[in-house]
Ligand binder design. Structure first.
Ligand code: SAM
Length: 191
């Protein structure tokens, strides 16, 4: 089966095919080394738009270089916190945590990730096709706090409005896991 990050890509691919349109807007809310941005660019095949956020210069530079080398020009780079998310997106992925090999203090934090997800939910009210994917890392101290806060928030989202799913290695409780949020289009609670 898939590792968790691989599984986030499976979800991106499935959502893209489900959308059945070319002019999609996909957001990488934490572009880091650019691997998720590159995955989306390869999937979209020069169609649509990708927006890549990160708070670190090095992350934006690495991602830009990687995507330019591969010839992808349909990417906008934003050196700013994903709290400023504003795109009417069809997909937003938060691959949380810190940039491997760099300052571990520059990790995603519960308060800013939560603020961004609240923005994404406002966007979902405008675009019910939006899929939010959170990849969480409870195996380091800040990630543990962030995961707990986001778990609590996501669990409390009303099931009449949102479909919220969790994908986890059942036998590895501190390993990374995924939460997805999408609109419950049935408009009634899910049992
Ligand atoms: C695990 S890395 C992301 C991996 C990346 N998606 C990839 O494919 O290589 C997490 C990234 O989140 C960034 N980050 C931390 N806080 C952020 C914030 N508030 N807004 C945007 N990015 C943030 C970090 O700088 C780091 O590059």
């Amino acid at each position: 089966m898939y590792k968790i990050v691989e599984f986030s890509h499976v979800l991106i691919q499935a959502h893209y095919h489900h959308l059945c349109k070319e002019d999609v807007v996909f957001v990488d809310a934490t572009c880091g080394m650019g691997q998720d941005t590159l995955y989306m660019a390869e999937l979209l095949h020069h169609q649509g738009q990708i927006v890549a956020y990160d708070i670190q210069d090095i992350a934006i530079m690495q991602t830009k270089q990687l995507l330019m080398e591969k010839g992808y020009t349909n990417v906008t780079y934003k050196l700013q916190s994903h709290e400023y998310l504003s795109e009417i997106a069809d997909l937003v992925i938060y691959n949380c945590g810190y940039l491997p090999g760099h300052d571990k203090h520059l990790t995603t934090k519960a308060s800013s990730t939560l603020a961004s997800i609240q923005k994404a939910l406002e966007i979902m009210a405008v675009n019910p096709d939006l899929l939010i994917i959170l990849v969480l890392y409870p195996g380091h101290p800040e990630g543990k706090t962030e995961s707990a806060v986001l778990d609590d928030f996501c669990q409390k989202l009303p099931s009449s409005a949102y479909l919220v799913c969790k994908y986890q290695n059942y036998n590895r409780p501190t390993s990374p896991y995924i939460i997805t949020i999408s609109k419950n289009t049935c408009n009634r609670p899910i049992h």
